[in-house]
Write a protein that binds this ligand. Structure first.
Ligand code: C2O
Ligand code: CU
Length: 463
C-alpha cells in the first residue's frame, strides 16, 4: 500500500494516467473503481434545494454492489474528496487487512490517492459499506452503499428490493447539511436528523401487485436513529438479521426495531388490494408514518404463497464451547446525566468534565476511546463470551468487526447471529462467538457520534 502510494506521488504525469494507476491494474486487472466524491442529491421534498452530499460514485446511497457468495470482491477506492477516507465492508467476515479501519488495519486514504480492496465473500446476505474515517461525519454526509451477497440458490420471490433507511439533518432554508460540532449530539443520543429518507429520497414510492412476493432488505445507515418499523398491507416473515439467515422464518406480527447498522431481511406478500396501497410504516411515539409507499396496481397471483423455506445457512457459524469460553466484560459508562467519576484518557486520569472539554463523553472499562491494549486476546478458534453492562442513560448499538455473535440469554439459550447488538439503558447482555478470524477488530458503538467521543475498543485474535 505504501509502495503504491509512493508510485502515485512520484508519477510525473499523474493527469495523463488512466483513472486506475498501472501498479493497481497489474495487481488486479479487473478491479472496478469506487470513487468517493461530492454530489448533489434531492433529499428534501421536490421544491426544496438540492443538498450537497459526500457520496460513493456520485449517488446516494452509493452504487449497489451485488456479488455471488464465495466470489472475490475487488474495488479500487479513489478518493476524490478533500478529506481522507476509507471503506469498511460492514458485516463481512473479511480478511483483516481489508477491513477499512484507519489506524488499525490501514491508513486513511488521502485526497487524490487510492486503495485496493480485494477480499473473499464467505457469507450470503445483506451487508453494506461505509466510510470508517471520521465516520460520524462522513457516513452522515452520505458515504455509504449496499453490498448484497447472493445465495447460490435464492429464495422464491418475485422481486428483491434494498431499502436503505436514513436520516439527514438539513438546514430547512438552504437544504444543506447542518454542521457537526454539536456537543449535545456527542453526549446524548447521537446526531438524529430532521428528515427521514429511504434510498436517498423522502417519500420513497414503489410499485407492487397484489399477492406479489417481495424480499425487502432493510438497512439502517443512519448514524444514530433507531427505526421502529411495521408493515401495512403486507404480511410475511423475518428471514435474516444482520445478513445471517434465521433457522426458521419468524412471522412478522409485531413492530421491529432496527438500530444503526443493523439489517433485517423480510419476505412479504402484498395483501393490499389492487388499486390500494401498502406501507413500510415508521412508528414514532404514538404516530405512524409511511416510510415506503407501495402503490398496488395489478394482481400477481390469486392467492398469497405459503411460509417460505429458511434461507440456506452460512458456513461455520456454530457457537459451541460456551462452558470453557474465554470470559470478558465491557462496562459502558458516561454520557449526559450520568457521566463517570473518572476515566483514563490519553494516558492520564480525567474527570468527566475534563473529558467533556476535549469533546469526549464515554468510557469502556474506564477508558475513553481506543485503548493501548485490546479488550482481550483470543486464540484462533477460541470461544469468547462478553458481558456488556450499559450503565449510561442511552441506548447503544454495539458492533463487532469481522465476526458474528449470538446473544446468550439469561436462560442459557442462544439468540440469532448478529453483528450489531442494540442495548438500552441499564441493560446487561451477554454475547458469545468463536474468534475464528485473526487480526485486530474494532468493537464500538454504531451511534457514530458515541464512537467518536469514547465508545471504541478492539479485540485481538491470534493467527
Ligand atoms: Cu459499520 Cu466499525 O462499522
Ligand atoms: Cu452509543
Amino acid at each position: 500500500m505504501i509502495a503504491r502510494r509512493t508510485l502515485l506521488k512520484t508519477g510525473a504525469s499523474f493527469a495523463a494516467l488512466p483513472l486506475v494507476p498501472k501498479s493497481l491494474q497489474a495487481a488486479a486487472p479487473t478491479a472496478e473503481v469506487i470513487e468517493a466524491r461530492l454530489a448533489q442529491a434531492q433529499i428534501a421534498p421536490e421544491g426544496y434545494p438540492l443538498t450537497q452530499v459526500w457520496s460513493f460514485d456520485g449517488k446516494l446511497p452509493g452504487s449497489e454492489i451485488r456479488a455471488p457468495q464465495g466470489s472475490r470482491l475487488t474495488r479500487t477506492l479513489v478518493n476524490a474528496l478533500s478529506a481522507p477516507t476509507s471503506v469498511h465492508w460492514h458485516g463481512i467476515r473479511i480478511d483483516n487487512a481489508m477491513d477499512g479501519v484507519p489506524g488499525v488495519t490501514q491508513s486513511a486514504v488521502p485526497p487524490g490517492e487510492t486503495f485496493l480492496y480485494d477480499f473473499d465473500l464467505p457469507d450470503a446476505g445483506t451487508y453494506w459499506y461505509h466510510s470508517h474515517n471520521q465516520s460520524y461525519e462522513q457516513v452522515a454526509r452520505g458515504l455509504h452503499g449496499p453490498l448484497i451477497v447472493e445465495e447460490r440458490e435464492g429464495p422464491d420471490v418475485d422481486r428483491d428490493e434494498i431499502l436503505m433507511l436514513d436520516d439527514f439533518r438539513l438546514d430547512p432554508e438552504t437544504g444543506q447539511i447542518a454542521g457537526f460540532g454539536n456537543m449535545h449530539d456527542f453526549s446524548h443520543a447521537g446526531r438524529i436528523g430532521n428528515i427521514t429518507i429511504t434510498n436517498g429520497v423522502f417519500n420513497k414510492t414503489l410499485q407492487a401487485r397484489q399477492n406479489e412476493r417481495l424480499r425487502l432488505r432493510l438497512i439502517n445507515v443512519a448514524t444514530a436513529r433507531i427505526f421502529d418499523l411495521n408493515v401495512q398491507g403486507l404480511a410475511g416473515w423475518v428471514v435474516a438479521l444482520d445478513g445471517m439467515p434465521l433457522d426458521t422464518p419468524r412471522p412478522l406480527n409485531e413492530s421491529l426495531l432496527l438500530a444503526p447498522a443493523q439489517r433485517i431481511d423480510l419476505i412479504v406478500d402484498v395483501t393490499a388490494e389492487d388499486g390500494s396501497a401498502a406501507h413500510l410504516v415508521r412508528i414514532e411515539g404514538d404516530e405512524a408514518f409511511s416510510q415506503v409507499l407501495f402503490e398496488v396496481r395489478g394482481v400477481a397471483a390469486t392467492q398469497p404463497r405459503g411460509t417460505p423455506s429458511p434461507l440456506p445457512p452460512n458456513p461455520d457459524m456454530v457457537v459451541a464451547g460456551l462452558d470453557g469460553a474465554l470470559q470478558s466484560h465491557l462496562q459502558m459508562d458516561g454520557g449526559a446525566m450520568r457521566g463517570f467519576a473518572s476515566a483514563r484518557m490519553d494516558d492520564r486520569k480525567a474527570s468527566f468534565r475534563e473529558a467533556a472539554e476535549n469533546g469526549q463523553f464515554w468510557a469502556f472499562n474506564g477508558m475513553v476511546g481506543m485503548p493501548e491494549e485490546p479488550l482481550f486476546v483470543a486464540e484462533r478458534g477460541q470461544t469468547v463470551r462478553v458481558t456488556l453492562q450499559n450503565d449510561t442513560m442511552f441506548p447503544h448499538a454495539m458492533h463487532l468487526h469481522g465476526h458474528h455473535f449470538r446473544e446468550v440469554h439469561p436462560d442459557g439459550t442462544l439468540g440469532p447471529l448478529r453483528d450489531t447488538l442494540l442495548m438500552f439503558a441499564d441493560e446487561q447482555r451477554e454475547i458469545a462467538f468463536v474468534a475464528s478470524n485473526p487480526g485486530d477488530w474494532v468493537f464500538h458503538c454504531h451511534m457514530l457520534a458515541h464512537a467518536a467521543s469514547g465508545m471504541m475498543t478492539r479485540i485481538k485474535v491470534l493467527a
